[in-house]
Design a binder for this molecule. Structure first.
Ligand code: GDP
Ligand code: MG
Length: 367
């Protein structure tokens, strides 16, 4: 079976295998060194040794379930990812959006410090998460991380549907995220926005005006045309989704990226899904934990709190978490540390499982 062997558990707990075998015997479950144990048995033996272990399955690990009273839910900003084929204008569009939308605070220049930004239009906020690349998007999804509410699919009107356009459609559909199409480069003489619409029908992305589900907007990122229209369309699409969250609870959400900064130590950009994150909160992200020492908003300004759909960069973690790791705040920092330690232990056990493939039987087979 798949479980941890007696020997592996002994090594992970730093006790002798004989000690574990003895305890197993007393529990009425005689096993040898190389036999594997059920998760329940692992927890039982560990408990017997005065150690607390809770085996968390990969599914459990990424799907903390939270209950909110519907009365506590309030509208939250949509979180948007821009996707599309290379050179169709993703970066240009994000730049145009950042300059069109009034930034949330009136700071001087719009300097982007983290891989996310926020703009406001008609007194409403939209959070843009920088295209994490298709691979990161897939990896996050595989880990159960849902960070995007709406995908803006950029298709160049002079080039039409290309391989990465199709890939983006597939990812969005698999993640059940609605697609708003930005038909870009409409300023070009050879632009043919209607042809883009026709081509996309084949992939199940059908304009509303043709009886489909998708909103389309013609834009020119280069000339800044149609950008307001696009932002308003994103808000319309978001309204359909009725995005809400409970801000009055411990924060949880996802890590967008982590890195080690020479001066500041581990730095993580995260997106709050639920609750409010405060400076000083005890947090766990993957196998890392710590107290939030400082928070920066996308403009690099220090902030004290982050609300649902807010992206922030935080300092204070013990190590660098991975993109897509779930984070959550604990009331007691000992609980945060315990969970991080459990995950680290489990990762070590998994690592050991990877290298210990040789049993006596396979050894003899190979000889
Ligand atoms: P990305 O690879 O999808 O991020 O595409 P970029 O934003 O880097 O744009 C690729 C090229 O297309 C650049 O040379 C841009 O200047 C150009 N471009 C982007 N948007 C437009 C547009 O609306 N009109 C025109 N004419 N060129 C554009
Ligand atoms: Mg780009």
């Amino acid at each position: 079976s798949e479980g941890v062997t007696v020997q592996e558990l002994a090594e992970a707990l730093d006790v002798s295998a004989n000690d574990i075998i003895k305890r197993l015997f007393l529990l009425g479950t005689p096993l040898t060194m190389t036999q594997s144990m059920s998760n329940d048995l692992v927890e039982l033996v560990a408990d017997d040794l005065g150690r607390q272990i809770k085996i968390i399955t990969p599914e459990e690990e990424n799907t903390f379930t939270f209950y909110d009273d519907p009365a506590d839910l309030v509208p939250r900003p949509p979180v948007v990812t821009v996707m599309g084929h290379v050179d169709h204008g993703k970066t240009s569009l994000l730049d145009a959006i950042r300059h069109t939308g009034v930034t949330r605070t009136e700071a001087g220049g719009i300097t982007q410090h983290i891989g996310a930004s926020q703009v406001s239009i008609n007194d409403r906020v939209i959070t843009f998460v920088d295209t994490p690349g298709h691979e990161a998007f897939t990896a996050m999804r595989a880990r159960g991380a849902k960070v995007t509410d709406v995908v803006v699919l950029v298709v160049a009107a002079d080039d039409g549907v290309m391989p990465q356009t199709i890939e983006a459609i597939n990812h969005s559909k698999a993640a059940e995220v609605p697609i708003v199409v930005a038909v870009n480069k409409c300023d070009k003489p050879e632009a043919n926005p209607d042809r883009v619409r026709q081509e996309l029908v084949e992939y199940g992305v059908i304009p509303e005006e043709w009886g489909g589900q998708n909103m389309f907007v013609n834009v020119s990122a280069k000339q800044g045309q149609g950008i307001d229209d696009l932002l308003e369309t994103i808000l319309l699409q978001s309204d359909v989704l009725e995005l809400k969250a409970n801000p009055d609870t411990f924060a949880s959400g996802y890590i967008l990226e982590g890195k080690l900064d020479r001066g500041r130590g581990p730095v993580a950009t995260l997106l709050v899904s639920r609750g409010t994150l405060h400076v000083g909160d005890a947090i766990v992200a993957g196998q890392c934990w710590g107290r939030v020492r400082a928070m920066l908003n996308p403009r690099g300004e220090q902030v004290e709190v982050a609300k649902p759909s807010d992206p922030v960069e935080i300092l204070g973690l013990s190590a660098v978490p991975g993109a897509g790791d779930e984070f959550r705040v604990f009331e007691d920092d000992r609980d945060a540390r315990d969970l991080a330690d459990e995950r680290a232990l489990k990762a070590r056990i998994e690592e050991q499982n990877k290298v210990k493939h040789v049993t006596l039987e396979t050894l003899f087979d190979e000889m």
